[in-house]
Design a protein around this ligand. Structure first.
Ligand code: SF4
Length: 406
């Protein structure tokens, strides 16, 4: 982007590093890789793929890695991904003295210096650079399955290449963590692993068995406590609606009891969606699973929060599938205000309820207060009219919307 001084960009002739002949020889073996997902809270993180897919891959509600097989990426390949991003980041850092964003169109003249198969890594580096380069997320579904020494080596390599990083996180399965010793986890904390995200999903053994989670409530609790004892933050996911209509109350009560025993740093709510091509979708179509409506799910979340006692977790509702995007707070101080938000929704007239549901699922509302915003409300009503939405068909619309997300 030579010559462009917009946003303080320096006048520089940027030459993006071209790979050596040795690299080319290895190209058939090595590719820069990115996995398919990350937690919503890791939107600004650098994604580093250390394994591919899920070693369990049997949860009936999960569409993610079906028809794929699990593998561990070679350590050298993971380190090479990190080195590649580091190389691109170094070039980007030379373009601006004050850390301003660098826009794609400011780079046009320089992109020809990047080899086509390095473009993905460059884009990843640019995106991370523009997001402040503070956090890293290790993909895919269960990085803790790696040998402790290999994972520690990756973490230390990240720290060497990116000393400014403040947070390194990963998904892990409770079953894997419960089999580990605290002495396996502590070196990972010392090497820089700050937080582990676990899909607890439910504390009910009936539901965990029904959805083939591969963990029991006791395993979830053991895993969560070990992570905490090792000095690593823990973020536990809860799926309201996972027990269907029949086990909705049990899902709320048993999950709250599990959370009360773990006291995780974060409890994250991710409402059930039933994507096509999942075993749960087959159960649903065959009538073996009765899905909760939005109102039932709201009641389940209310009961769940009401049953959380004696813990100091932060509750976050940061998934697009959730009806309450603004539901957030630390226990116990903000418990009442979080419950009030749900009660306010349940106390609304049916007309306001379905308008809010529609507005939220259309991406036009983020919280209940948006109903009082005349401009937003007008847009929602217009969209509903165009889509033919009403109180009668809102549940069907929401179900279709929910099925689109994972
Ligand atoms: S929910 Fe997690 S553990 Fe279960 S199959 Fe999906 S990725 Fe694997």
């Amino acid at each position: 982007m030579a010559g462009n001084q917009r946003n303080g960009l320096k006048k520089l002739k940027i030459v993006f590093a071209v790979r050596s002949p040795v690299d080319k020889k290895k190209s058939c073996q090595y590719n820069f890789e990115q996995g398919p997902i990350r937690p919503p809270s890791e939107a600004k993180s650098l994604l580093v793929r250390v394994t591919r897919n899920c070693p369990w891959n049997r949860c009936t509600f999960c569409p993610l890695y079906k028809d794929t097989s699990f593998s561990i990426r070679p350590l050298a390949h993971v380190k090479k991904d990190i080195d590649t991003v580091s190389r691109h980041v170094s070039v980007l850092q030379k373009m601006t003295s004050k850390g301003e964003r660098i826009y794609w169109n400011q780079l046009e003249g320089n992109l020809k210096f990047i080899e086509p198969d390095e473009m993905q890594a460059f884009y990843v580096a640019l995106n991370w650079f523009n997001n402040g380069m503070k956090s890293v997320f290790l993909q895919d579904a269960n990085s803790l399955i790696l040998k402790t020494e290999d994972l520690a080596e990756i973490l230390l390599h990240l720290k060497i290449r990116f000393p400014m990083v403040e947070r390194i996180t990963s998904y892990a399965r409770s079953d894997t963590l419960a089999r580990m010793n605290i002495d396996d986890l502590k070196p990972l904390r010392d090497a820089g692993l700050n937080r582990i995200h676990i899909g607890l999903e439910s504390g009910s053994d009936k539901i965990l068995k029904m959805v083939k989670k591969g963990a029991t409530k006791a395993i979830h609790i053991e895993a969560g406590l070990k992570v905490k004892m090792a000095g690593i933050e823990i973020s536990e996911y809860y799926i309201p609606g996972l027990g269907g209509k029949h086990l909705s109350v049990e899902n709320a009560a048993e999950t709250a009891d599990a959370m009360n025993q773990i006291n995780p740093d974060f409890i994250r709510i991710r409402t059930l969606g039933i994507p096509q091509k999942t075993p749960l979708s087959e159960d649903y179509k065959a009538g073996r699973f009765e899905k909760c409506t939005d109102l039932m799910t709201a009641e389940e979340i209310l009961l769940f929060i009401n049953n959380l006692t004696g813990i100091t977790s932060v509750i976050q509702s940061d998934h697009i599938l959730n009806l309450f995007g603004e539901l957030q707070g630390r226990l116990p101080g903000e418990k009442v205000s979080m419950m009030k938000m749900i009660i306010d929704f349940l106390d609304m007239t049916p007309e306001d309820q379905w308008l809010y549901q529609a507005g939220r699922r259309l991406g036009l509302f983020s919280g209940l207060d948006d109903l009082k915003n005349p401009h937003r409300l007008k847009r929602v009503k217009k969209a509903c009219m165009e889509l033919g939405l009403s109180l009668k068909n809102i549940d069907g619309f929401i179900e279709a919307q929910r099925a689109k997300f994972i």
